[in-house]
Design a protein around this ligand. Structure first.
Ligand code: ARG
Length: 575
């Protein structure tokens, strides 16, 4: 690992232990980037207080320990340590990174099994924009963990079971299988659901049929199950179109919908009751995890079997958490789900702990996804107040991207390909670049802008570096000359790039893709300054300098491309 902040932390800790005793070996040296040097360490101030010694004196003692450090150390002010790394050290670390296929990104040993529950649209309704963000953020987390060598198990917890399916299956019979399938495959799930609903509310005969269909479905009647499969297959085939367009890595093998847990629900409830975790309350079987109270200060129930004997969302999640821990052997379970379900997951995790189904060495985490808002700051809707169809939104992004690049002289096929990458990249990057739990305003103009912290800007930055290599007439992989950091802009870029490996580890550990976006945005900005100050392929640049700079370009390109790939943002060759 070449992250300078980590290297420095370790070196200063060694110095502390040597100068003041091994009990200081784990002290945090408080190293931060600084405007006066590369880094500043503030540890002497707090340590001085604790040791009752002048902080400046403590700082001087640390400095003396760092005499062989590849950089300069200065004591300033009340006892700050200003640390500037040698250019040659930065350059040789950058060189090492360039030669490393993993770009300084470590692998986690032993590998963890990480279950990522994401996307999870409901088949009984349309796949709406709310599921877009859980899909995109979840996919990035899955990619990050895979890249770090963890075993990733994707779980698409589809809403594919429950009472609405009685009505949906009856409506499918009424419409005719073929017509219904065509409608569902085309993404008309909402219309399908609404039509069924209208009949259910207004037609007694239909309501009767729908109700008895629920019973036959729950009883596993083969003819009913076949119809359910027809409905689900058509619906999933639409979901897959969305995943494909977005470049999301989910496949049919990752589907683990609510229906999958149906056969486990009786036992889930029985076991919870037998262990005393669940108790009967007002006819329902409930868990009362400690610490949860309602507005009336009464303990809040997690209802796992309703008083009519029916199972609900919480029952399924109790079965799912046990399955994930016990059968999938998860070390970590990430639930990438909207933040309106925060209480639900808190209670499920607490109930699972109470039941002994979630041991301390397994972490279950709700990765809260903030709501997508319209420009007016309200829930994102169409002008007439309906929720926006996901495909329409994606198509609009592609149309706008097409318009934005229409004057660049590409033939139609190339233009369509670039527009698709730019449109989808813009949507995905916009979702990822703000912290996942904050609300986020969907603004096409902003997300498709070619400047600022946007997908198109990041894609443009990589395309620009690729064009430098085309001009130079060599492949990025062949730019293996030594990296020399002579100009300030070269040095700043090189120093920044060294932080990549540690950043990726932190982003995965903390489930924070927006920090990767920030890092890449800084990379692109520093590259821009470098490219303005330091011409690469231009008359007057001597061949040696050109080769040094091409090597730095190659390293930058690989960091950008790897980072964007971990975000799931496509990178067109040209733009
Ligand atoms: N289908 C649910 C919804 O749309 C999300 C499911 C999330 N995962 C889970 N294990 N509950 O709200």
């Amino acid at each position: 690992m070449t992250d300078p902040q980590i290297v420095l932390t370790e070196r200063v800790q060694q110095a502390l232990a040597h100068a003041f005793g091994s009990e200081h070996a784990d002290a945090d040296p408080l190293i931060r980037p600084s405007q006066f040097a590369d880094f500043q360490a503030n540890v002497a101030l707090s340590l001085g207080k604790r040791l009752r010694r002048a902080p400046r004196e403590v700082a001087e003692a640390i400095k003396a320990e760092l005499s062989d450090f590849p950089g300069t150390v200065e004591v300033s002010g009340p006892g700050f340590l200003n640390i500037t790394l040698d250019d040659t050290w930065i350059a040789s670390e950058a060189q090492r990174m360039l030669a490393d296929p993993r770009l300084g990104v470590g692998t986690i040993t032993p590998a963890q099994t990480v279950v990522v529950d994401y996307s999870a649209p409901n088949a009984a309704k349309e796949m709406h924009v709310g599921h877009l963000r859980t899909t995109i953020v979840g996919d990035s987390l899955a990619r990050l963990h895979e890249h770090l060598g963890n075993t990733v198990i994707r779980q698409n917890h589809l809403g594919d079971w429950g009472t609405p399916f009685g009505m949906l299956i009856e409506h499918l019979i009424d419409v005719g299988e073929e017509a219904a399938v065509a409608q569902l495959e085309a993404g008309m799930g909402t219309e399908f659901y609404q039509a069924a609903r209208v009949k259910f509310d207004g037609d007694e005969e239909f309501r009767q049929r729908a109700r008895s269909r629920v019973t036959t479905l729950q009883g596993g009647d083969p003819a009913t199950m076949r119809l359910w499969h027809v409905f689900m297959d058509a619906t999933v085939s639409f979901f897959n179109k969305v995943y494909e367009l977005l470049g999301v890595t989910l496949t049919d093998a990752d589907i683990a919908g609510e229906s999958m847990y149906n056969p486990m629900l009786d036992k889930t409830c029985d076991d919870l009751e037998a262990s005393g975790t669940a108790v009967m309350s007002e006819g329902a079987l409930c868990v009362f995890p400690p610490g949860f109270t309602g507005s009336d200060d009464k303990p809040l129930p997690l209802i796992i079997r309703k008083s009519d004997g029916g199972y609900g969302y919480a029952t399924t999640d109790m079965a799912a958490i046990r399955y994930r821990v016990h059968d999938l052997k998860a070390d970590r379970i990430l639930y990438v789900v909207g933040n309106e379900q925060t209480l639900h997951f808190k209670m499920v995790f607490a109930a699972a702990k109470q039941a002994g189904w979630l041991p301390d060495n397994v972490s279950a985490e709700h990765i809260q996804i903030g709501m997508m808002l319209g420009k007016d700051g309200r829930r994102f809707r169409t002008r007439s107040g309906e929720s926006v169809k996901l495909m329409d939104l994606l198509q609009e992004a592609i149309d706008r991207a097409t318009a934005a690049i229409s004057d660049r002289g590409y033939d139609e096929a190339t233009r369509n390909e670039i527009a698709r990458a730019v449109g989808m990249g813009a949507v995905k990057y916009a979702d990822l670049s703000v912290s996942h739990d904050s609300e986020y305003i969907l603004d096409f103009d902003r997300m498709l802008a070619f400047t600022g912290n946007t997908g198109p800007y990041m894609q443009y930055a990589t395309a620009r570096i690729r064009s430098i290599f085309r001009k130079a007439g060599i492949q990025p992989a062949d730019a293996t000359a030594s990296i020399v950091l002579a100009a300030p802009a070269e040095r700043a870029l090189g120093l920044h790039l060294l932080g990549f490996g540690e950043l990726i580890a932190q982003v995965a550990a903390g489930s924070e893709p927006h920090r990767l976006c920030n890092f890449l945005f800084q990379t692109a900005s520093l590259f821009s300054t470098f490219y303005e100050d330091c011409p690469v392929v231009k008359a007057g640049v001597d061949p040696e300098t050109r080769d040094h700079r091409l090597a730095l370009c190659a390293l930058t390109l690989r960091v950008l491309e790897t980072g964007l790939d971990l975000l799931g943002v496509p990178v067109p060759e040209r733009m």
